[in-house]
Design a protein around this ligand. Structure first.
Ligand SMILES: [Zn+2]
Length: 218
């Protein structure tokens, strides 16, 4: 089990500063409350015993999409919550329940804030460079591919195209060659890690998730 790493206040402030430079702002307590729980007060109840209160969240909005970064950092405690992990998501800017993308949960081991920042920057880059349809020039929508975490861009107005051809773009289409290489390298590393665990007869986060989904459907 990798050792848990607790970021310091200075580190979280520097992390925050880098998010601010990239167009993020800190979410207000009421935004956080309504975001983290569809039932008012649920979060408070859930965490009441050990670390009550709401974790710091950051938000940026561009081209009709929002990026939200959850840190597990508690301002009052000047430390991270005892449980849970950090993560990043991309969602519709108006219909906030419409989440298109979740990063994997980032555990708070060494380099936690660096990883969280990397995911936040990537998500912000996708949103800032949201592609426009090469045929009709309108903003493309995020669609779910067949694989777990598989996403792509699609034009929702393909019905008004002439000729009537659906237009899809690769999920990573806005990245530079260098960024794409980095992304693919990370994906390969994760795939290898998962394979190793499977070979050792261990369960993966992915497998657990799939199983619980199946259970829920019954
Ligand atoms: Zn189009």
């Amino acid at each position: 089990m990798p050792k848990k790493y607790d970021p310091t206040k200075e580190e979280i402030l520097s992390f925050e500063g880098m998010l601010f430079e990239r167009g993020f702002r800190k979410m207000t307590p009421s935004e956080i409350e309504s975001d983290l729980s569809p039932v008012p007060g649920l979060q408070r109840k859930f965490y009441s015993r050990r670390d009550p209160g709401f974790e710091a969240g950051y938000l940026m909005e561009k081209n009709g999409l929002q990026v939200v970064v959850w840190t597990t950092w508690l301002d009052w405690k000047e430390g991270v919550r005892n449980m849970d992990a950090g993560w990043v998501l991309i969602r519709h800017a108006k219909k906030m329940e419409q989440v298109y993308y979740y990063s994997r949960p980032l555990s708070r081991t060494k380099g936690y804030l660096d990883r969280l920042l990397k995911y936040a920057r990537r998500a912000a880059w996708r949103v800032r460079h949201r592609p426009q349809c090469p045929q009709c020039n309108r903003m493309m929508r995020i669609a779910f591919g067949k694989g777990y975490k598989s996403r792509y861009w699609t034009c929702p107005f393909a019905g008004s195209h002439a000729p009537l051809v659906p237009v899809h773009l690769d999920w990573d289409c806005m990245f530079t060659q260098e960024q794409k290489q980095e992304l693919n390298k990370e994906r390969k590393t994760r795939e290898k890690y998962r394979q190793k665990r499977t070979d050792q007869g261990k369960e993966n986060f992915l497998a657990l998730r799939k199983r619980s989904n199946t259970r829920r459907r019954k």
